[in-house]
Design a protein. Structure first.
Length: 553
């Protein structure tokens, strides 16, 4: 009897799709306004470029570190549905608390988001895989993940329009509250669909060969916490200043040392059969760190470029009316010199810990040629800065079907590259994207003139191709190549490399104001990515040989 192949997807898919869409709506809405809020002098925390970038980098680094723990706890103790609900509620509360203008409350909110994401992110993806585990739906798993990935990007695309409208009309707190509401909607949708995936919520428990959670805590978590505390205190005490940029960066570097040591021991303690695949995975983890370091500057350096160096003025009447009707634009009045009258135009900068005033006129007007400046008291209308963060998910939605079709065509011709090859090409393509920003700097005479938003659209378009070559392939490679007994740990290794890259993105962004020639900032990014790609290409034959040994494409 021939096997019946289902043409439909499991009923649980639509609930998981919508849950993830709303979760990403909340997360990317929050991320889209995070550094803008931190730097806002009047209603934010008046942070400098370096301070906001450092805090942002630390935040997103920890957000991507906790899924390793959340996945293990769900696997062995809580189960997936409980973990997802707990994580969603924690994130929803965290987003809402971010609107409370108080620094300790901000840190509490960030902590809730960090741990909430750890419970939510890995487990909803695992649950999705589980509902496709029956013979009826196994053949549709890849399509299911593609649909799910689209949900992520639909949420990431639409959220910035809501965020812009709310912070322009009502204030930052309402935008953060909207992120929280979006997360709670996602939790409600998830609970509504429980009957469709409850039976697939099967705890793995502790099986032979697994490290216990206690052992992981003693070997990884506890040493990392202790090392982080030492990194926070020791360099400043001994040197009188942080070792690398800030105390939080020192703490993160020190905290990573026990984790890096632990993953190194996995290689040295591996059996002869396991050594080569473990070495291949650790190599990939190192290579992709620099991809994340550049890619995650969308919330820091590229947002700054959009805010200060991109022409955001609405000149077309139809465009003005449309953006105004949707509350996606702001009116900015040009006033030249008066300190008393132009208080709202102030930005604060800090020098040796002393707060300085930067006055004259709003930052936006500083790189407009004198002949093109508005007249005194004239008002210009600008579209909201955070809308540029919707460019990447828009490209993902547009390009994903094309990339999938491209690889399907190559597969039919028996020319599809290996997973490792796709990842290395993803790093290389991402390096090319930085050249677009270097060109933008030259076109804008090193920021003395504003440039078109098309430059940002171009750089995002190219790096999105790199993302689609690399990001979906990473976890796939781990699942294919990792020895069964340490698959969870190696999945954690992928998240650790992402976390380190995210923190490095913040470190790089703190250097923005130190580069008088902004092209040099982007040349550094290009060099890091291209160097990583070259190393990857040099090792590619070795990586592909290992994959062939184990019958992996």
């Amino acid at each position: 009897m021939s096997k019946t192949v289902s043409t439909k997807h499991p009923k649980g898919l639509k609930f998981l799709f919508l849950s993830e869409m709303w979760e990403r709506f909340g997360y990317y809405l929050m991320i889209g306004i995070f550094t803008l809020y931190l730097k806002d002098v009047k209603a934010g925390f008046a942070m400098t470029e370096a301070e906001s970038a450092d805090l942002y980098g630390t935040f997103i680094a920890l957000v991507f570190l906790t899924p390793f723990l959340g996945g293990l706890i769900a696997d062995r103790y809580l189960g997936y549905t409980k973990s997802i609900i707990i994580g969603g509620i924690m994130m929803g509360i965290g987003y809402c608390l971010m609107g409370v203008h108080n620094l300790p409350m901000l840190y509490l909110a960030m902590t809730l988001v960090i741990f909430g994401n750890g419970f939510f992110k890995p487990n909803i993806s695992t649950l999705l895989g589980n509902i496709y585990s029956t013979p009826e739906y196994q053949d549709k798993k890849d399509d299911g993940y593609n649909i799910f990935y689209m949900g992520i990007n639909v949420g990431a695309f639409i959220c910035n329009f809501f965020g812009a409208a709310l912070y322009i009309m009502l204030g930052w707190e309402y935008a953060f509250f909207a992120a929280g509401v979006g997360m709670f909607v996602g939790v409600v949708v998830f609970i509504t669909g429980l009957k469709h995936y409850r039976e697939f919520d099967v705890k793995k428990g502790l099986v032979e060969g697994d490290m216990s959670f206690l052992k992981i805590s003693l070997l990884i978590l506890l040493p990392s916490v202790v090392a982080g505390i030492i990194g926070w205190v020791l360099p400043t005490r001994l040197l009188g200043h942080p070792l690398v940029g800030s105390t939080s960066t020192d703490a993160f570097i020190f905290a990573c040392l026990p984790v890096i040591y632990f993953y190194s021991t996995l290689f040295f303690k591996a059996s002869k059969e396991e050594k080569r695949p473990v070495a291949a995975l650790l190599t990939i983890f190192v290579v992709v760190i620099l991809f994340w370091a550049v890619f995650k500057q969308n919330g820091t350096a590229l947002t700054t470029w959009a805010d200060r160096y991109t022409d955001r003025e609405l000149t077309n009447t139809t465009a003005k009316n449309t953006f105004s009707a949707l509350n996606l634009s702001q009116n900015l009045t040009y006033k030249k010199d008066s300190i008393a009258l132009y208080d709202k135009a102030f930005r604060l900068q800090k020098e040796n810990g002393v707060v300085l005033q930067e006055y004259n006129y709003p930052t936006y007007f500083k790189n407009i040629p004198a002949a093109e400046l508005p007249k005194e008291n004239d008002t210009v209308e600008l579209w909201a800065t955070n809308l540029t963060l919707s460019i990447n998910p828009a490209w993902v939605i547009f390009l994903t079907p094309l990339i999938v079709a491209f690889f399907t065509w190559l597969r039919r011709k028996n020319k599809e590259p290996s997973t490792a090859t796709k990842i290395i090409f993803g790093v290389f393509i991402s390096a090319i994207s930085v050249l677009v920003m270097i060109a933008a700097v030259y076109i804008g005479n090193n920021g003395s003139e504003k440039v078109s938003v098309l430059w940002l659209m171009g750089t995002y378009g190219i790096i999105t191709i790199g993302e689609l070559f690399l990001s979906p392939m990473g976890l796939s490679l781990v699942s294919k190549l990792s020895p069964v007994r340490i698959t969870s740990l190696m999945m954690g290794g992928w998240f650790v490399s992402t976390s380190i890259g995210n923190k490095l993105s913040g470190v790089l962004a703190t250097l923005w104001d130190t580069y008088e020639d902004k092209a040099n900032f982007f040349w550094v990014n290009f060099s890091l990515l291209m160097g990583s790609a070259i190393i990857g290409f040099m090792l590619l034959r070795w990586l592909n040989n290992i994959m062939k040994e184990y019958g992996i494409k």
